[in-house]
Design a protein around this ligand. Structure first.
Ligand code: MLT
Ligand code: ZN
Length: 466
């Protein structure tokens, strides 16, 4: 028999101060949702632990009284991984937001999971160092959530994913035990590295309660070049030319619809005289103008071969930031359309085949549905956002989108790619996991889940079903 909210709250206030247990409707709606906005949040309560011991007490209680838990960070997830829609207790890490220790000799920082990604990046900068994972929502997302989804973003081409910067994790598993994994070591060959099981596990195995992350040296004098291109194929040709001679920090692309939505919603000025079907944004370090000279030569090559039609290069930091706004402003500019999102990847060598297949798929479906294409082409990651026409019925739109998504996933599968490059599986991609993972692998994933969370209380219903 399931307990009432009151009965559970009565127990929670024995392990947490009552002010850190919230049941007000506004709190339930706010903390129970994420940016996916796919369903109505309906959590039973929200708790705000301050210590690892309190997290353990909450997990113990959930095991004893059999209620489900959902972790909550900055709630910027786009796959419904932090959505609490089935009377779960939401565990917010907002009060575990401290940077605990920095060690210069190791270049390591130890922090709590609720530290906002931007704060961690600023902290690295204050030490003359760099935390390289970067994406549009760093101002809201929390580092624990980044780790739980193995966040990627715009610098993966040069610096890799969140996983590459995690040198240690403390986790409270679904059984309430505390594990201290890898302890900041660079080299450690002592068997299974459970740290990597928790990175990208989307809160389904346990809660991340402390992190040890590595910083690196900052890039010098970043320059940004923005180019207008006449076809989707040109994006991969321009990438190939730039990669030949420059060690890029980012290579992003976006379609004209994306550009138009950003110009309109952010009231920006178009840096080009014409509209182009696609745009490429290239970022590179420019020590003593050496790379800028190379970039100009590569740009000329792109113009001569008609892969690019026009280009502009940033003259200072402010302008570099302005160019980035055309790319990073896309998600916010189309949010009011509640887009149907896909986030897929394949190997770089397969992106030309992927993009031409994608073009064909999109041309076959309802032309009234606008497809906004953008993403991190430099690492093989494409975001496809389908926008609902105002006059189209919501149900009809979702059905059509599902059909389009399935064709895209067929294509991804045929190229050996991933149906979720960086947003995670959560709820929205769960029915499609088998496009990227085979039955045997999913069986082992279930086994891992049972081992760390035998009572299935940790973010149940997300990623995989038992
Ligand atoms: C991005 O690249 O801007 C993010 O992944 C967000 C999104 O896809 O909407
Ligand atoms: Zn992205």
């Amino acid at each position: 028999m399931s307990l009432t909210t009151k009965e559970i709250v009565d127990q929670l206030v024995k392990v947490l101060e009552p002010s850190r247990v919230k049941i007000h409707t506004d709190d339930l709606q706010f903390y129970g949702n994420d940016w996916s906005n796919i369903d109505k949040p309906n959590p039973l309560a929200i708790v705000f632990p301050k210590t690892i011991k309190e997290v353990q007490a909450i997990v113990d209680l959930a095991n004893r009284l059999s209620f489900p838990l959902v972790p909550s960070g900055g709630r910027t997830g786009l796959s419904g991984g932090a959505l609490a829609k089935d009377r779960e207790l939401v565990v917010s890490f907002d009060r575990m937001n401290k940077i605990l220790e920095f060690n210069k000799a190791d270049n390591l920082v130890i922090c709590q999971p609720g530290v906002v990604t931007r704060a961690l990046k600023d902290f690295a900068e204050s030490k003359g160092l760099f935390y390289p994972v970067d994406f549009a929502s760093v101002g809201s997302s929390q580092i624990g959530g980044n780790v739980a989804t193995n966040a990627g973003g715009v610098n993966v081409l040069r610096y890799g994913m969140t996983r590459d910067w995690i040198k240690g994790i403390k986790v409270v598993t679904g059984t309430g035990e505390l594990l201290d994994l890898n302890r900041g070591l660079k080299k450690n060959a002592t068997g299974f590295d459970f740290r990597h099981l928790f990175i990208g596990s989307e809160g389904t195995l346990g809660f991340i309660v402390e992190l040890t992350l590595e910083f690196t040296n900052p890039p010098k004098d970043l320059n940004v070049m923005l180019m207008g291109l006449n076809s989707i194929e040109n994006t991969t040709q321009v990438l190939a030319i730039f990669k030949e001679r420059l060690d890029l920090t980012a290579f992003e692309f976006f379609s004209d619809i994306a550009m138009q939505k950003v110009l309109e919603s952010k009231k920006l000025r178009n840096p080009f005289n014409h509209s182009y079907r696609f745009y490429a944004l290239v970022e590179f370090e420019n020590n003593y103008d050496e790379q800028l000279i190379v970039a100009s030569e590569l740009f000329e090559k792109c113009i001569d071969s008609e892969y690019a039609a026009e280009g502009v290069v940033s003259q200072n930091k402010r302008q570099a930031r302005e160019f980035w706004e055309f790319r990073e402003g896309i998600t916010e500019s189309i949010a009011s359309y509640t887009p149907f999102k896909s986030d897929v990847s394949c190997r770089i060598s397969q992106t030309p085949a992927f993009l031409s297949g994608l073009d064909k798929i999109l041309n076959r479906f309802n032309p009234k549905i606008e497809a906004v294409l953008f993403g991190h082409l430099g690492d093989g990651n494409v975001h496809i956002n389908l926008l609902k026409p105002i006059q189209m019925d919501n149900e009809e739109f979702r059905e059509e989108c599902k059909m389009i998504a399935e064709r895209i996933f067929d294509l991804v599968k045929s190229l050996g790619g991933s149906i979720s490059a960086e947003h995670g599986i959560g709820l929205t991609k769960k029915p499609y996991l088998n496009y990227s993972r085979d039955e045997a692998e999913i069986k082992y994933m279930r086994g891992v889940k049972r081992l760390f969370d035998p009572k299935n209380i940790m973010n149940p219903g997300k990623l995989i079903d038992l």
